[in-house]
Design a protein. Structure first.
Length: 494
């Protein structure tokens, strides 16, 4: 079914996110009937552009990035008709008044009842000023609903996040704010709760009695590309840890929500974040967290520069491009089970994967005496492959009870005809329908910053423990030691 009609305001319409993700997502939604005819998109940015040029940008972005490759011309021209552009100085309220007038016209033209969704693909320092001008320019006075969708990073630490939230909450209610963490829009991340709560097979085993450890890898082959300016002030912990990785931990670790209701699910996620064992001292941080930065290296015969040689990066930067950590969720379900997490730029493969390692069979059973039995693994592949596989032990055919590991596999991305929606499609659609399940609530953000701030503080105190790793390698070897100490190792990713 189609989302209720609305005007979508795209701040940052000439930027990368709009081009790579948002225009293609809107097109897919339209093609699938999830956007009906009662919508309009207003592209907003400083630079001058007319509607024709803007529609051309949208067209090219869809051609390049949309999962629907062939663009039907008739469909396109109907779709394009809903797009207009307005050049806007976001510090000047007069422009917002004009935008409000334009909105009235669009409401009329497309039969929209005043619903307005403001999507801020902007730097976070602009969230506050834009919100105030939306209010002062009269944009929040229309008849329908008003929603604010914002991109990460939500602040730089707890204090700045609080300040930011304070500004937003002068204008919008918490229920009107949709904070994007695009990992929560990924099909396989959403699938974690179905896998856990719709299968009697897993949930009884999903705890400290049966699970030895959990491993989460978010590896990337890219360096910092043209984002050196942003990244050098952020680093891997803030860029990927505070949001995506901690969110994945919540999905894996949370208790079953009481109801299928956004707040029930988010309540459970907050509990997980609050149960994270806080790293008290710099000593603990050094023991349980490894940070690294890539130096020059090579991959597949290609020479790669070091991080400090990248564009807009301080040549003496001590920003981490990699981190790995051992995290504990101190509650009854998970007490004592390590969650090993890692992420980095310039690693050998691009992958997002979760491994649930089950405890081994007891030593005294028949087979363990004679063979090296590997543990059962449940592997959730999020990206680029999507699927699940379960590693179990079985008899090697023709042998004398020899045991070999085999995989029971469900490969979602291998299924013909399945063209999984992109994260941004799911999230835009959810926001438009008012479903906030897969958006982060303020208390989640705050709890995540509380955890991350301690690590960042310890790192500030001690620059010396930044390890270097060769671009194209799996990161500093200290990250292997995190697991070795406990008798485990990183399962190779696929
Ligand atoms: C973003 C980070 O949030 O996620 C980027 O800012 C990172 O640095 C990206 O490259 C990874 O997303 P995905 O969906 O490609 O795994």
């Amino acid at each position: 079914t189609a989302a209720e009609g609305a005007v979508y305001y795209l701040f940052g319409a000439t930027g990368d996110l709009a081009r790579r993700k948002l225009f293609p997502a809107l097109f897919s939604l339209y093609k699938e009937g999830k956007l009906a005819e009662d919508f309009a998109v207003v592209g907003l940015a400083r630079r001058p552009r007319d509607n024709g040029q803007f529609r051309q940008d949208v067209y090219e972005s869809i051609q390049e990035f949309c999962r629907y490759k062939a663009i039907d011309q008739e469909l396109w021209s109907r779709f394009a008709d809903h797009f207009v552009y307005m050049s806007l100085d976001i510090h000047n309220v007069d422009g917002f008044r004009e935008l409000n007038r334009l909105s009235g016209e669009l409401d009329q033209k497309f039969g929209i009842n005043g619903n307005r969704l403001f999507y801020l693909a902007l730097a976070p320092e602009l969230f506050g000023p834009v919100s105030f001008n939306l209010r002062d320019g009269g944009l929040l006075e229309s008849a329908g609903w008003h929603k604010l969708v914002i991109e990460k990073p939500f602040g730089y630490d707890l204090e700045s996040a609080r300040e930011l939230n304070g500004q937003l909450s002068q204008v919008f209610k918490e229920e009107e704010v949709y904070r994007i963490d695009h990992y929560l829009g990924k099909e396989m991340v959403q699938n974690i709760q179905v896998l856990r709560f719709a299968n009697q097979l897993f949930e009884p085993l999903w705890n400290k009695n049966h699970i030895a450890n959990v491993q989460i890898t978010l590896s990337e082959t890219v360096g910092v590309e043209e984002r050196g300016g942003y990244y050098d002030h952020s680093g891997a912990l803030r860029d990927m840890g505070q949001n995506h990785i901690l969110q994945m931990i919540t999905m894996i670790a949370m208790e079953p929500p009481g109801r299928l209701h956004p707040e029930s699910l988010r309540d459970e996620k907050v509990k997980v974040l609050r149960s994270l064992r806080q790293l008290g001292s710099s000593e603990e941080v050094r023991e349980r967290v490894v940070r690294g930065q890539y130096r020059a290296g090579s991959s597949k015969g290609k020479e790669l520069p070091g991080y400090r040689q990248e564009d807009k990066v301080d040549p003496e930067s001590s920003t981490e491009t990699y981190f790995a950590a051992k995290v504990y969720v101190d509650n009854f379900r998970w007490a004592g089970v390590p969650f090993y997490i890692r992420t980095g730029k310039r690693l050998p493969v691009k992958t997002t994967e979760v491994v649930i390692e089950f405890k081994n069979v007891p030593d005294n059973v028949l087979f363990a005496k004679r063979h090296e039995l590997g543990p059962n693994l449940l592997v959730i592949r999020v990206n680029p492959m999507e699927g699940i596989y379960l590693k179990i032990n079985a008899k090697r055919p023709g042998s004398d009870n020899e045991v070999q590991p085999v995989a029971m596999e469900f490969c979602q991305s291998c299924q013909i005809g399945i063209n999984t929606p992109e994260a941004y499609e799911l999230l835009l659609y959810d926001a438009a329908r008012g479903d906030s399940t897969y958006f982060t609530r303020w208390d989640e953000v705050a709890a995540a910053w509380t955890f991350v701030d301690r690590i960042a503080a310890a790192w500030r105190e001690n620059d010396g423990d930044l390890r270097s790793y060769a671009a194209g390698s799996w990161g500093p070897e200290e990250a292997d030691r995190l697991l070795q100490q406990d008798g485990f190792f990183w399962w190779p990713v696929n």
